[in-house]
Design a protein around this ligand. Structure first.
Ligand SMILES: Nc1ncnc2c1ncn2[C@@H]1O[C@H](COP(=O)(O)OP(=O)(O)OP(=O)(O)O)[C@@H](O)[C@H]1O
Length: 391
């Protein structure tokens, strides 16, 4: 396929230069990098074929002006950050002020954009048309913040002491919010991070940001995160119920023994109510059919597909909207019949067939993303990847 035809098909922001039988991409956007996506060599036909792969129906994703949240998740190392960052760049390039958030402690957004985006504050991404802000959340710091707000010493025993009932504390055990927060730490990291994001995106100063893209942690955490609000919800209502029981016990105690020290009705502990409210907000964002979509990212291996199927089943149980599945790092077709490549290509064709038969995944829009032979780093590479998969 002639280079110019491939260029029109695949991407407007990258020019192609012929170097022998292969093609080298270089970025037209000199104001971004000026350089070339060094070492990106392709056989002409292969990329175009894959680029015609499953359509993500990007037109649906970009059309509405109301705020939408896109959460990208899947097994570790499949390309979640690259796909999330490329989607954020694509939204921004289509006029949506966008925020891209990563809760991955490894600061992968900075790597993906090749810009320092660390520090836990919103940082502008250079080289994109509309405003694109990036936020790398350090969950550890979030957890400290949520613990201090939840009042680390809000143990049942302290509450009972404050009501003159410390002597019963033994029976009730020492249900300590701090332990509870630590116990579910992988989920609390995520929930603390996401609830933090919700706090600021709801403030007027960020109302113009109409696309929020989350690069979520690997599958296990995401699943824990989804069930976490219910876990905390039930734990918080347990504590609140307990407080009511203790108060009832206390007033019975006073009526029988006429104890002098009046037992004041425990006021609603604001910290607990705030925590509950934050959980509620995160849960609503996750389940908003018109405002939220979880995109599963995977690679063409049986293990990764099985994990994606389990992830979809859990998301479905939690009523989280899922419409798209990205199969990333697909080996492009090639004229060369290297043994390794032909074996891998046969295997990935088999795996793509498994997806069509999988009861959880077969109904999703399948987006095929080719394995590029250069790392996806920097805005030109993310634009290039975005033109390949978000069409
Ligand atoms: N289609 C692709 N072609 C070539 N390289 C890719 C592709 N997708 C991702 N990569 C590379 O694979 C590596 C892992 O990608 P990425 O960090 O996006 O994955 P991840 O799922 O977010 O990983 P983690 O679970 O560790 O956060 C990166 O070096 C990235 O540049």
């Amino acid at each position: 396929m002639a280079a110019s035809l491939l260029l029109n098909r695949v991407s407007r922001s990258v020019s192609l230069h012929r170097v022998g039988p292969a093609l080298v991409f270089s970025s037209l956007d000199s104001q971004i990098h000026g350089g070339r996506l060094s070492g990106t060599l392709f056989r002409e036909r292969s990329l175009a074929t894959l680029a015609e792969g499953g359509a993500s129906r990007f037109d649906e994703m970009v059309s509405a002006n109301q705020r939408k949240y896109y959460l990208l998740g899947g097994k570790g190392g499949v390309g979640k950050t690259s796909c999330a960052a490329s989607l954020a760049v694509k939204f921004a390039s289509h006029g949506h002020p966008t925020i891209v958030v990563s809760t991955d402690p490894a600061h992968s957004l900075s790597d993906s954009f090749s810009q320092d985006l660390s520090g836990g504050v919103l940082k502008p991404v250079q080289g994109v048309d509309s405003p694109l802000l990036a936020l790398e959340i350090t969950p550890e710091r979030m957890k400290e913040e949520i613990k201090s707000q939840a009042g680390g010493d809000k143990s049942v025993k302290n509450m009972m002491d404050s009501m003159g009932l410390g002597m019963f504390a033994g029976e009730l055990g020492d249900l300590n919010l701090e332990d509870m927060l630590n116990a579910a730490s992988p989920g609390i990291d995520e929930i603390a991070a996401i609830s933090k994001v919700l706090q600021f995106v709801e403030s007027p100063e960020y109302s113009r940001f109409t696309r929020i893209v989350f690069d979520t942690a690997p599958t296990g955490h995401t699943l824990r995160l989804l069930s976490l609000p219910d876990f905390y919800d039930s734990s918080i209502s347990k504590i609140t119920k307990l407080k009511k029981k203790i108060t009832a016990a206390a007033s019975a105690f006073t009526s029988v023994f006429g104890k002098k020290k009046e037992i004041q009705e425990p006021g609603p502990s604001n910290e607990l109510d705030q925590l509950k409210e934050r959980m509620e907000k995160v849960r609503n964002v996750f389940r908003g059919v018109d405002t939220t979509e979880f995109v599963i990212v995977t690679i063409p291996t049986v293990m990764a597909i099985n994990e994606s199927s389990r992830l979809h089943a859990s998301l479905r149980k939690e009523n989280v909207p899922v419409q798209r599945l990205i199969v990333n790092q697909l080996l492009p077709d090639s004229q060369s019949d290297c043994k390794f490549c032909s074996v891998r290509r046969k295997e990935q064709t088999r795996v793509l067939g498994l997806i069509q038969k999988d009861t959880e995944l077969s109904g999703l829009k399948l987006i095929q993303s080719p394995l590029l032979d250069a790392e996806i780093r920097g805005v030109p590479a993310l634009k290039f990847m975005g033109d390949l998969i978000w069409k």
